[in-house]
Design a protein around this ligand. Structure first.
Ligand code: SF4
Length: 288
């Protein structure tokens, strides 16, 4: 069943299922989370308190001008579908405004569901690569285990110790990344294989990599805030946990970048020449 790459359609279906449907959510990202005032969010907001701009129908009063009004972070956030899962499945479509007795638990479940969905998205991507049957089977089993958890009741979800899932999943994602990147590196010339490929956790805030070849580099957990990555070759780069806020990706080639998320792309700058992986959308705020 798991011979090499899991059937393309299955992996694609898994990814497609991880999409936010705000119309089926009770404004959980605008209510449940604790937000500290910064350049991304113009005011402090305590966890469990609805944002002042959240309307009675759970739409945002300033939706069309979030960036201009200092709420850039709201255009970046992506729950991947955790919001509608908590609203419609865990709490069976009960609105926390009409049923205030469920509000506290609903708001506590949301960040847990969000983390489960984040891990599922990474696993779905890993399953889209050509990896060994045994690795594909382990990835698939983890995905199914998480999917099963997402369907549990609120008490079960609240009792989850997320780290017990994160650690083995991280090891599998790392194995996937190394396998794919080594394959890419083995195809380049000897001169290029001598360059360093591991820059995990590096601080490259504001650095200039314009036009640089960073293919197949492991950048896990790196800080690339406001870095200049214009026209850089970023194919095969592992982007797990990379902080790309305000990094300039104009003209960069990210077509086969690994574990890059919509939130990372939303937080960066880019233009119509930026080549994105097929599963990611070009943010509407990118100036072309
Ligand atoms: S500003 Fe709008 S999108 Fe942002 S948290 Fe408030 S209601 Fe939600």
């Amino acid at each position: 069943m798991f011979g090499g790459k899991i059937k393309g359609n299955t992996a694609k279906k898994m990814r497609v299922s991880l999409q936010a449907e705000c119309q089926n959510c009770f404004g959980l990202c605008c209510t449940a989370l604790n937000i500290v005032a910064s350049s991304d969010f113009a005011m402090n907001k305590a966890a469990g308190t609805p944002c002042l701009h959240l309307q009675a129908d759970y739409s945002c009063h300033i939706h069309s001008s979030l960036r201009e009004k200092g709420f850039k972070g709201c255009t970046v956030f992506d729950c991947l579908g955790a919001g509608q899962m908590v609203s419609q499945t865990t709490f069976k479509g009960q609105d926390w405004r009409k049923h205030p007795q469920i509000a506290e638990n609903m708001f506590r479940v949301f960040p847990i569901m969000e983390q489960l969905y984040e891990m599922m998205a990474y696993l779905a991507e890993a399953l889209s690569y050509e990896v060994s049957s045994s690795l594909a089977e382990k990835l698939h089993n983890q995905f199914e285990q998480l999917q099963h958890l997402t369907r549990q009741d609120a008490d079960t979800l609240l009792a989850i110790d997320i780290m017990t899932y994160r650690m083995p999943i991280n090891a599998l994602l790392l194995e996937t990344s190394e396998h794919i990147r080594h394959h890419l590196i083995s195809k380049v010339s000897d001169a290029k294989t001598k360059r360093k490929y591991n820059y995990r956790g590096v601080d490259w805030v504001g650095k200039n990599f314009k036009g640089k070849d960073l293919t197949a580099t492991d950048l896990r957990g790196a800080y690339l805030i406001a870095a200049n990555l214009q026209n850089a070759d970023l194919r095969g780069v592992d982007f797990i946990g990379v902080d790309l806020r305000d990094a300039d990706l104009s003209g960069a080639n990210l077509s086969t970048s690994m574990f890059l998320t919509q939130m990372q792309i939303n937080s960066a700058k880019g233009n119509h020449k930026t080549i994105l992986p097929a599963h990611l959308k070009r943010p509407s705020h990118w100036n072309d």
